[in-house]
Design a protein around this ligand. Structure first.
Ligand SMILES: CC(C)(COP(=O)(O)OP(=O)(O)OC[C@H]1O[C@@H](n2cnc3c(N)ncnc32)[C@H](O)[C@@H]1OP(=O)(O)O)[C@@H](O)C(=O)NCCC(=O)NCCS
Length: 222
């Protein structure tokens, strides 16, 4: 490894980090990964086994990438995104082995706090909104609103989730939905735009809300 990584970056000896890669403090790179020299990775990230990060990819702070994920040129990952095992990000909509499209990579942006479930596919050129949640196996073909829960092939919005990834139930008489885990309130401030009423989207979770809690059994089933 020869990079501009600070000393508290951990890279497992089986991984290759090419010269020039920028990696922030506290980031851990586990077995059999390859980070190319033009990649920029933030602080406190974690890369599971067999992850590839291409030149030009930008990754924020606190990002968690599970096993078998490839991040191709054109992908922008903001802070605290979760990429589930074997999910797929793409960068060419109309790939052909005979046609070179190296200068035509499309941008896919994963905004702060988004989750991509296991085995989901994100077709390129879309933006995943803040704290949205793509269920396992979904195929996203369009932009996704903040906090939207997307399921299926093609993925459709089936509801809203909270910052804690919990499905939000029907709104009360004031139009508010409450996260069953954190108690935070959410509301559609205009049709199709959800906001948390108790915590700004850009602020980190306070310490008391950073460790997950099980729900009482009655609340697990809608
Ligand atoms: C989307 C998800 C959060 C839903 O969890 P949940 O709110 O507990 O939902 P439930 O399991 O109660 O399922 C509710 C309904 O959605 C369906 N459903 C759940 N997950 C689905 C998915 N990924 N795609 C399609 N439908 C799904 C269920 O079959 C059920 O349908 P029904 O009402 O017709 O029976 C969860 O299933 C999921 O996909 N999590 C991602 C897991 C993952 O990738 N983890 C990676 C880290 S290891």
């Amino acid at each position: 490894m020869s990079t501009s990584a600070p000393p508290d970056v951990y890279v497992h000896p089986s991984s290759v980090v090419d010269e020039g890669a920028q990696i922030g403090p506290g980031t851990r790179i586990w077995h059999f990964c390859h980070v190319m020299g033009g990649a920029r990775i933030g602080a406190r990230c974690s890369f599971g086994q067999n992850v590839f990060v291409a030149n030009g990819v930008q990754i924020g702070d606190g990002v968690k990438v599970q096993n078998n994920v490839s991040l191709y040129a054109g992908v922008v990952v903001e802070d605290e995104v979760f990429l589930g095992p074997s999910c797929v990000l793409t960068n060419v909509t109309h790939p052909r082995a005979q046609v070179v499209r190296r200068d035509l990579y499309e941008t896919t942006r994963l905004r702060r706090g988004a989750t991509v479930g296991a085995n989901a596919t994100i077709v390129c050129g879309v933006t995943l909104g803040r704290y949205c949640f793509v269920g396992a196996g979904g195929v996203v073909t369009r932009d996704v609103p903040d906090y939207a829960l997307m399921l299926g092939v093609p993925a459709r919005q089936v509801g809203w989730v909270s910052r804690h990834g919990r499905r939000l139930g029907a709104p009360d008489e004031r139009g508010e939905m409450r996260c069953p885990e954190s108690g935070y309130r959410y509301a559609e401030v205009q049709p199709g735009t959800l906001r948390c009423l108790d915590l700004d989207e850009d602020r980190p979770l306070p310490p008391e809300h950073r460790v997950g809690k099980p729900l009482p059994a009655a609340q697990e089933t809608p």
